[in-house]
Design a binder for this molecule. Structure first.
Ligand code: PMP
Ligand code: GLN
Length: 391
């Protein structure tokens, strides 16, 4: 009996699960999955405990608790001068992951096309396939992972319903510039296309890079759905509290899907999300300083080990090109990741899973390292990489 639906039959296992298992088996220092190995701010953790002990343990409203929707709208105002009505323009979801899937289900129809940039975060394309939507890929290339404006323009056609933009970008660490976002905005307006942005790394920025919110560009407020979440900024990736924001009509459509996927999101963690989002500026500044130190440290370690590094402008990640470091028996990024775990004792994520089948070769020399780790983890990785340093 064929038990698996056609819809999911082509999906492999998530690379994150595979690498975690291999890293555990070999006792490797795990710089693979983008999850901090330290805890979130004590006041945020305490807010969750208080909520559990204050009988906030039954279903929240499907669109999210009022206090959280207000905190999300205030955060958008505080950092981006974005005006959102917390009652109509904000929806609380089970992480950015559910927000993206609900957005695709709520805003597209089978047979539509959606544009994504490649390398592409691993959930978007399976989401599109489950929705019966065709992905159109626009490559990011070169040392700055830029796109070709003509190539992007050609990807738009009468079937294009939406474009997904992830900035700061996983896996490259690229932060889309205002000019790049302007180009995207013009094309969205010309072709009447919705933009869906994934901004989960909005506060992890390096070297004075600013994060530009596409929704704040002229003509974009009415056609942009912005997605973000608590996990990265507050080091609580396991909480899975996210949100989608934008014009009421778009948010309503997303909720039409969300109400029948998860219905409502964990109440006590939502309550804690409100506390987190209201943290003072000093928290966000300190977050950047701490991440800058981690990134600079790992850039140096990876460079000294002989890798070509792509200096990220944001996100948890550093992409490298491993050619010239691994022995010649290592033939591709999957083998490189395995070799690094088994022989050097450090885990990373190979890049080809972020490319579609026909383009896998484009990722074969790249691998991604996560820097969201304690000093002692980064020190342990540095010690192991020292084996690669030629004296
Ligand atoms: N989008 C991107 C680009 C991510 O890197 C991640 C998590 N690593 C997510 C979405 C998932 O976010 P959440 O845990 O809030 O679902
Ligand atoms: N988004 C995280 C990363 O890119 C992992 C999420 C997951 O494990 N699915 O590392």
């Amino acid at each position: 009996m064929a038990v698996m639906s056609q819809r999911v039959a082509g999906f492999g296992t998530s690379i994150f699960a595979d690498i975690n298992a291999l890293a555990a088996k070999h006792g490797a220092v795990n710089l693979g999955q983008g999850a901090p190995d330290f805890d979130g701010p004590p006041e945020v953790l305490a807010a969750a405990v208080t909520a559990v002990n204050s009988a906030l343990n039954q279903y929240a409203p499907g669109i999210g608790m009022a206090s959280v929707r207000q905190a999300i709208a205030q955060h958008a105002q505080r950092f981006y001068s974005q005006q959102l009505n917390p009652d109509t323009d904000v929806l609380v979801t089970s992480g950015a992951t559910e927000a993206m899937f609900a957005a695709i289900l709520g805003l597209t129809d089978p047979g539509d096309e959606v544009i994504v940039f490649e390398p592409v975060y691993d959930t978007y394309v399976p989401n599109l396939i489950m929705a019966g939507v065709a992905p159109r890929y626009v490559p990011l290339r070169g040392d700055d992972w830029s796109f070709d404006a003509d190539e992007l323009a050609k990807a738009f056609n009468s079937r294009t319903k939406a474009i997904v933009i992830n900035t700061p970008h996983n896996p490259t660490g690229k932060v889309f510039s205002r000019d790049e976002l302007r180009t995207i905005a013009e094309l969205c307006q010309k072709h009447n296309v919705v933009a869906i942005t994934d901004e989960v790394y909005e506060h992890i920025l390096y070297d004075d890079t600013s994060h530009v919110r596409l929704a704040t560009l002229p003509g974009m407020a009415e056609r942009t759905l912005t997605i973000s979440s608590l996990g990265k900024t507050f080091s609580v990736t396991g909480w899975k509290i996210g949100w989608a924001m934008g014009p009421a009509a778009l948010v309503y459509a997303v909720n039409q899907a969300h109400q029948f996927i998860t219905y409502a999101v964990a109440s006590p963690l939502q309550a804690a999300a409100a506390a987190a989002l209201n943290m003072p500026f000093a928290f966000f500044e300190n977050l950047q300083t701490t991440y800058q130190a981690r990134r600079d440290r790992m850039l140096e370690v990876l460079r000294r080990a002989g890798f070509k590094v792509f200096k990220p402008q944001g996100s948890y990640f550093i992409m490298i090109d491993w050619r010239g470091v691994a022995p010649s028996k290592v033939q591709g990024d999957m083998q490189f990741a395995r070799w690094l775990i088994e022989e050097i004792g450090v885990a990373c994520i190979p890049a080809s899973p972020f490319y579609q089948q026909a383009d896998k070769h484009l990722g074969r020399y790249f691998a991604r390292f996560a820097v969201c780790k304690k000093d002692e983890t980064l020190n342990a990785a540095a010690e192991r990489f020292a084996r690669l340093v030629r004296t």
